[in-house]
Design a protein. Structure first.
Length: 551
């Protein structure tokens, strides 16, 4: 948004009392048209998504102000502080890290001169938050998609201990949507490689990924800072420390790496045009030497946590988490109007506002919840689910007490929703609870409207899933006008300055209150149930993360 210079601003104040009065009257009328519950929801979003918050980027001064606002609202709602040292804030040490230079990759084969790959053309290197300077020399083994699970074993018949594994990104479309999102995650592929003794991973450009995210785009993004959280010794946390991701190779770079291989790169590239193609693992000739330097900076941010203690002596030690992310992406390039502030009204000021309003409902209810309820507004979701990952590893309520997470992220409430999408519902006993809550307000459960986006692994509930906690994440669904509204938001407003209170089409605050209602009903039933939530027996994620009920 355009910011007034001091002289011009003063001129407006001196010359425009009538204008100021008109604006005040207009605001009064707008607020008078909304019932109290809708006005309360809107008031939080007006503050959190205002230009003054400068897009609430994690680690910024404006984010800190937003965190203090949420803490004050938690206090006003009667929540007990559940952060550090008797406060509402849990300090989160963020690590911003990036390459110092470009890194280097050199292929050495017997009887041939070392061949250096070209940074930005053949490869883009990854920074390593755990080590400022990193060098590795090892043989390379191609392992297809690098997936083991759901009837597929891309490592079958090959020993990769002490070697670098190279694989295509993504996962077969034939996989169920949420499992596909999981196996597409670089962290998942690295974890699989770690279990088999690999010492490094390389991602290869494929004919499929080249259509949606060409190597040139990946090379540009590879130069930008990435984020994690700091361990006690100050080094950056990595999920799979034994097997760092070294970087990405373009098709041209992969061709150089495969020179002299039993199966030529041209044959592999052709086969990879078929989604989900299977490949026989092959060790490539020679060795790859990788080296890179990383520069890191620690930024302090915070999660905001407030607690309603449970009323049941036996169940109060169990905690139901309601989460939403407070951060957004800050200030960026100007849009067509010259606006640079990514306000993040729907993403995710509405989610945080819903969290606050749900807290009020719990506190004013006639009966207290049997289990404890933790209201958690996390930082650095936009940096890679960092704040929720930090909390899941360092819960202020104590290890092992969290029994469920209900996550609120970017509810698109620009229309009267007829259904809800509930990511994770089919994996645990939370599914029937969600279905009953929807039925109570007249909405049904529906399928993921964006199956190719991998949303299941892209929001904060997933960090609790990875700790074995049954978790769900709700969105208004695509029924009726929903499909067009979702598509319009993703095209016109997602991660853009136009995601603000006055966006077109406007935010439907009545739908916002209905969204709060369905989430409250879900959390209430979880909190009051005789049985804690359990994974469905044999569920993929429950078994993978050793969750209760899965075995």
């Amino acid at each position: 948004m355009l910011r007034l210079t001091a002289p011009f601003a003063l001129a407006v104040v001196l010359a425009g009392p009538a204008l100021a009065q008109t604006t005040a009257e207009k605001n009064a009328v707008v607020n008078a048209e909304l019932p109290a519950d809708q006005a309360a929801l809107k008031s939080h979003v007006m503050f959190l998504a205002s230009d003054a918050m400068a897009g609430r980027e994690a680690g910024s001064h404006e984010f800190d102000i937003a965190a203090q606002y949420v803490a004050a609202q938690f206090y006003a709602a009667g929540l007990k502080p559940a952060g550090d040292d008797g406060s509402y804030l849990q300090k989160v040490p963020l690590v911003s890290y990036k390459l110092d230079g470009t890194g280097a990759m050199v292929v050495t084969r017997k009887g041939a001169a070392p061949a250096s790959l070209v940074a930005g053309e053949d490869f883009t290197a990854n920074a390593n938050p755990a080590q400022a300077s990193y060098t590795l020399t090892a043989p390379v083994v191609f392992v297809g998609y690098g997936i083991v699970g759901l009837g597929r074993d891309d490592y079958k018949g090959v020993d990769v201990k002490g070697k670098i594994v190279a694989y295509f990104g993504g996962a077969p479309e034939a996989f169920p949507g949420e499992e596909r999102a999981h196996f597409s995650s670089p962290a998942t592929k690295a974890e699989i490689a770690t279990k088999r003794g690999a010492v490094g991973t390389l991602t290869l450009e494929s004919p499929i990924t080249a259509k949606t995210r060409p190597f040139a785009a990946m090379a540009v993004s590879g130069t930008r800072p990435r984020f994690t959280w700091a361990e006690a010794d100050g080094t950056g946390h990595v999920a799979t420390p034994a097997t760092p991701g070294l970087g990405t190779l373009s098709a041209a770079g992969a061709a150089k790496l495969f020179e002299g291989a039993k199966t030529p790169w041209a044959t592999i590239w052709k086969a990879a045009e078929v989604d989900g193609a299977r490949f026989k693992p092959v060790q490539l000739p020679g060795t790859l030497t990788f080296s890179a330097k990383t520069v890191s900076t620690i930024l302090m941010s915070a999660n905001v946590a407030g607690l309603i203690p449970g009323s049941d002596p036996a169940l109060a030690k169990e905690v139901v988490v309601l989460s939403a992310h407070l951060d957004h992406i800050g200030v960026g390039r100007p849009d067509a109007t010259g606006d640079t502030i990514n306000n993040g009204a729907l993403d995710d000021a509405v989610g945080v506002a819903s969290l606050i309003e749900e807290a009020k409902r719990f506190k004013t209810a006639n009966t207290k919840p049997r289990r404890s309820i933790l209201f958690l507004a996390v930082t650095a979701e936009e940096k890679g689910l960092i704040g929720s990952d930090y909390y899941a590893h360092n819960p202020t309520v104590g290890k092992g007490r969290i029994v469920a997470d209900v996550n609120l992220d970017m509810p698109i409430i620009t229309y009267k929703f007829q259904d809800v999408v509930v990511y994770g519902a089919q994996h645990s006993t939370l599914g029937p609870i969600v279905e009953r809550a929807g039925k109570a307000i007249g909405v049904t459960l529906s399928d993921d409207p964006l199956p190719d986006e991998g949303i299941f692994v892209r929001s904060d509930h997933y960090r609790f899933v990875q700790q074995g906690v049954p978790s769900v994440f709700l969105w208004p669904g695509a029924g009726g006008p929903g499909r067009a509204a979702i598509d319009a938001f993703m095209k016109d407003h997602y991660h853009k300055p136009s995601d603000e209170v006055g966006q077109s089409p406007g935010i439907d605050w009545e739908s916002g209150v209905r969204f709060v209602d369905v989430n409250y009903r879900i959390a209430r039933e979880i909190a009051d149930g005789d049985q804690r939530p359990l994974w469905n027996k044999g569920d993929f994620f429950g078994l993978l993360y050793d969750g209760p009920g899965a075995k």
